[in-house]
Design a protein around this ligand. Sequence first.
Ligand code: MN
Length: 432
Amino acid sequence: MIGLNYSHCPQAKSWVDGSEGHSEFPIQNLPFGIFSPSGSDLPRGGIAIGDFVLDVAAMADLLPPAAGKTARQADAPSLNGLFALGNEAMRALRLALFDLLADAKHEAAVRPHLHAAADCQMHLPFAIGDYTDFYAGIHHAENIGRQFRPENPLLPNYKFVPIGYHGRSSSIRPSGVNVVRPQGQSRGPGMEVPRFGPTGRLDYELEMAVWIGTGNTLGKPISIGKAADHIAGLSLLNDWSARDVQAWEYQPLGPLLSKNFHTTVSPWVVTTCALAPFRMAQPTRPDGDPAPLPYLNDAADQGHGAFSVSIEVAIQTERMRAEGKAAERISKGSMAAMYWTVAQLVTHHTVGGCNLRPGDLLGTGTLSGEDRTSWGSLAELTEGGKMPIQLSNGEKRTFLEDGDEIVMTAHAEQDGCVPIGFGECRARIVRG
Ligand code: MN
């Protein structure tokens, strides 16, 4: 398989306590993020290993010269400069850090720069210049489309063009930051004029985040064969949505206030390199579907441009917290729900000449599977608010209430591989 090396070996282990068999961050992962150690207000780049965060720039002098030079770029409050060096440099840095963490002879020199993750504050991994949210989850598009057009859920463009809209980057926050229930206009059935007030139909959307490493020049599109080289890695993304506001405002130009109040991302970037063993063929399109147009069609991308990643949503209500109950899973799906590969999203975004920049963010769109257990939003699970879901303590939900906390998790899994996790994408709804 492409891009495999000894860092992916299932037998690999680290001297870091508790990292072996860690459900999220074994040595086979080593995701990058921006953290502040306890007592410091200087955010900087780190990698996660077990329940610890390693200060990457502090490793520079211990690494081979080229990797050391790369590592110094991690001494910054965002990963933009680091990942702008490109996936080859990042692959070499990840391998060099792997060597330090695998061989116990480095323990004495490295250990002072390991910080307990529980004591660290995590920040956004990148300074995000631009954010675009796609709609690549075909079952989600069908489920939502069916609520509006039962006979014809998918519009005729869906299978030709990766649908998306330009989102808002200023309101993206890392996991853990509360979401203030937004206000807006909505017009329910039978209402003559819209009402204004706090949304009554607040929803989450389970998505993956695609981070851009190296960008492209204005007017010079990224070809489909080269798109993977521009992807730094993946995280989780929750595209919070006010459905009542959305229904009233979205025609003719798409969502605006229904989406721009807050977006949550998980703070760890699982790199393209760490994901190499989890690549898989893009699922075959159903008979009768058109082939992607040539600019989006690449044999290598179709052969291994998808990822074997399972994704889950859990909810913890105020009452569950008071009763000491853990968050309860409400759906489990996978990235195989994508009708387009992440490379196709990147290529399509640039094909008209648009330039992507390091740290730009693409959301995949809500990833719902075929059956109900894998639907990635409440709009789908409750059929537009008509059928409440029931939680195990008897509580019911159509949409989110104040105090509800949504926790998204994801794991890359493949036979013969050590699974790796993405950490949490968690946030709680509060009244403004
Ligand atoms: Mn979305």
